[in-house]
Write a protein that binds this ligand. Structure first.
Ligand SMILES: [Zn+2]
Length: 166
């Protein structure tokens, strides 16, 4: 499939996926808790054998919640936008959404994307607080804070298969 993305096999040991745009190798262990090790070219995630998949998804959601909340807060401050909340979902159809009550949601799978792509989605959703549509004024707002948004959006389109992982 496009962008060399492979869906996870039944046995996750040795499976490599993207985490914040960087390759991350899964190693199943007898340990009780998850351990993340940063490497030069590849990161490693040591995952307990027992309920590996469920534990991994919980870990991904926790990190997604923490990281997206902080980027949203930072960008909202920069844009002078007040949103109601920022939370994480398991959506497979969209990277993010903003409700009429200004509640922003991101799929935890956005965590696979590089920081630049995450920031584009965050700014996109925050621009919806001001504009509840995709009008020219909406895109002007996006462009002001992310001038190269087209490149970042293209990355997300090319890597759409990431929506199917976990
Ligand atoms: Zn939109």
């Amino acid at each position: 499939m496009g962008a060399g993305i492979e869906l996870p096999p039944e046995n996750l040991d040795g499976y490599t996926f993207l985490l914040l745009g960087k390759h991350c190798l899964i190693r199943l262990t007898e340990e009780k808790s998850i351990r993340f090790c940063k490497g030069h070219t590849i990161d490693e995630l040591f995952l307990p054998k027992q309920n590996a998949r469920a534990k991994l998804v919980r870990w991904l959601k926790e990190n997604a919640r923490r990281i997206f909340a902080s980027v949203t807060e930072e960008k909202a401050h920069e844009m002078g936008v007040a949103y109601a909340s920022a939370s994480v979902s398991s959506a497979k159809s969209r990277w993010g959404s903003c409700s009429s009550e200004d509640k922003i949601r991101y799929t935890f799978r956005l965590l696979y994307a590089p920081r630049e792509a995450i920031e584009y989605v965050v700014v996109h959703e925050l621009a919806h607080v001001k504009h509840k549509n995709h009008s020219a004024a909406f895109w002007e707002t996006v462009e002001r804070y992310v001038p190269d948004w087209k490149k970042r959006r293209k990355w997300l389109k090319t890597h759409r298969l990431l929506m199917e992982i976990f």
